[in-house]
Write a protein that binds this ligand. Structure first.
Ligand code: APR
Length: 230
């Protein structure tokens, strides 16, 4: 039974209206990473960080899955073997399209975390620095998002999936942030057929055995069709 492991990035949600990070005018052109996506930035100005994620949460709440998200959910339903989606994205569009096995390695906008007692709960649409943790009642709540310098979630399981993969596909990601940037090499070394599905060639597209370039909503359904017809 063929095992397929898929890494997705902001590009798969671009056609759902959600911004990417490093494209022209992307999120990191509008905000300094050190201010809104590091633990130090959160300690310095928690209101600024909550405002950044409140805006992204409101935008994500209005966004709809696009044909690329729907195609991956179809692949999970119809493929004979296991299909695992590892996403760097914090929107819920894979789940909204019906995907089931989705590992949010960078957390999720709909999650809240207590920095004091590690309690996790469903984030309200708007969070603020004086929100109290429902468990320990301290004003130490934060978005359940993995920031730069923090360890991504599910890494033990992800390395295992990559070693077991027959096919590894990277979709809509510039593959510039580690450890995700190394997933293709790790899976390829373990024998997986590696595919890049991206709007344009990424910086290290030649690491991959196969590459298809174009908008995810066009490229991904065609790729899924081909995989299911094998
Ligand atoms: N279809 C397919 N690919 C697209 C589309 C589209 N419509 N639009 C953009 N892309 C591609 C771009 O070519 C680029 O390679 O999506 C990629 C987006 O790259 P980034 O903006 O770097 O986003 P991502 O790779 O997800 O960033 C990874 O970096 O800042 C951190 O935590 C953040 O999870 C994020 C991580």
């Amino acid at each position: 039974m063929e095992k397929i492991v898929i890494l997705t990035g902001a590009g798969i949600s671009a056609e759902s209206g959600l911004g990417t990070f490093r494209d022209e005018g992307g999120l990191w052109a509008q905000h300094r990473i050190e201010d809104v996506a590091t633990p130090e930035g959160f300690v310095r100005d928690p209101q600024l960080v909550h405002d950044f994620y409140n805006a992204r949460r409101a935008q994500a709440a209005e966004a709809k899955p696009n044909p690329a998200h729907e195609a991956l959910a179809r692949l999970q339903r119809e493929a004979k073997g296991e299909v695992v989606i590892v996403t760097q994205n914090v929107d819920g569009l894979h789940e909204a399209a019906g995907a089931t096995r989705v590992l949010h390695m960078h957390g999720a906008l709909d999650g809240a975390l207590c920095a004091a007692c590690d309690h996790r709960w469903g984030a309200p649409l708007t969070m603020a620095p004086d929100d109290l943790c429902p468990a320990c009642q301290k004003a130490t709540t934060r978005p359940d998002i993995v920031w730069f310098g923090e360890m991504p979630y599910y890494m033990d399981g992800i390395w295992q999936h990559l070693e077991e993969a027959d096919v590894f596909a990277a979709i809509g990601t510039s593959r510039q942030v580690y450890p995700a940037a190394a997933f293709g090499q790790h899976a390829g070394r373990a024998g997986a057929h590696t595919v890049e599905l991206n709007l344009e060639p990424s910086a290290n597209t030649r690491d991959f055995a196969e590459a298809r370039h174009g908008p995810a909503s066009a490229v991904v359904p065609l790729w899924v069709e081909d995989v299911l017809s094998l």
